[in-house]
Design a protein around this ligand. Structure first.
Ligand SMILES: Nc1nc2c(ncn2[C@@H]2O[C@H](COP(=O)(O)OP(=O)(O)O)[C@@H](O)[C@H]2O)c(=O)[nH]1
Ligand SMILES: [Mg+2]
Length: 242
């Protein structure tokens, strides 16, 4: 996992665009690194959830909050071009959620996260989840300072997406195949998606999930809780060495 985390983070930083883009990403990475340091100091696990629009991110986070909201103190930042709708949906199930309205920007940037964090009380928080803007392209290039990037691919969007949008899968540690309940009705081959994703990123982990039936949600929540524990352990070890 350590090797995967390092290699995917390295991939997040490498871009070959014009100078303006490179400079913008350098500024983003500077802020992202500060967020990473702050989260390491506080022992907060930070997850960046990405996918196309409508793949089931908010529904998954509602189910996640229902299942583990009493075990870990979790906060959610949710990015959308317009409206507070997703944050409201998350608050309806008791989650502490803050909306970032990007006003037309197709991804979240580290500076937006930093500004949101400045308004939040992070004392006692174990887990910070960021629901990125629905888009498999732009969010791939912006490191937010997260520990792990998790990408959903829904059975309804076709099994060719890893090959079409390789950067997102290259920079993710976990791929969730969502809406697995619809597999019997769709020409979607999980084995094709897994093979394509692993041809891009051999270390990517995969869990099939359905927020409707609950399939895979125990495995997803266990994945999260294990990493929360690892993060807290790492922070305690660093503090005792200091
Ligand atoms: N069949 C099925 N539908 C789902 C599932 N998860 C979400 N949906 C539906 O997919 C649509 C988009 O979900 P949403 O969570 O808003 O996606 P987001 O845009 O990625 O946050 C909604 O109509 C959900 O009810 C699932 O596991 N199975
Ligand atoms: Mg959403």
């Amino acid at each position: 996992m350590e090797r995967t985390a390092k290699s995917t983070k390295a991939a997040r930083g490498s871009v070959t665009c014009d100078n303006t883009t490179i400079n913008l990403l350098k500024a983003n990475d500077f802020v992202a690194e500060n967020i990473r340091k702050e989260m390491a100091r506080r022992g907060i696990l930070m997850i960046n959830i990405t996918s196309s629009a409508g793949s089931g991110k908010t529904t998954l986070l509602q189910e996640t909050a229902r299942r583990i909201g009493h075990q870990v103190r979790m906060k959610i930042l949710v990015g959308d071009l317009e409206t507070e709708r997703d944050a409201e949906r998350l608050r309806e199930v008791g989650a502490e959620a803050l909306q970032i309205v990007t006003g037309g920007i197709c991804h979240l940037e580290a500076q937006m996260i930093w500004q949101a964090l400045e308004t939040m009380d992070l004392d006692g928080v174990d887990l910070l989840i960021v629901e990125n803007v629905g888009n498999l392209v732009c969010p791939a290039s912006f490191d937010l300072g997260e520990d792990y990037r998790v990408t959903l691919i829904a059975t309804t969007e076709g099994d060719d997406k890893p090959r079409k949008y390789p950067r997102m899968f290259l920079t993710s540690e976990l791929m969730l195949v969502s809406k697995a309940d619809l597999l019997p009705y769709l020409p979607f081959k999980v084995e094709n998606v897994v093979a394509d994703a692993r041809s891009i990123n051999p270390d990517i982990e995969v869990i099939e999930v359905s927020s409707l039936t609950g399939q895979g949600l125990d495995a997803w929540c266990r994945w999260l809780l294990d990493r929360v524990a690892e993060k807290q352990h790492a922070t305690r070890s660093a503090q005792s060495e200091a």
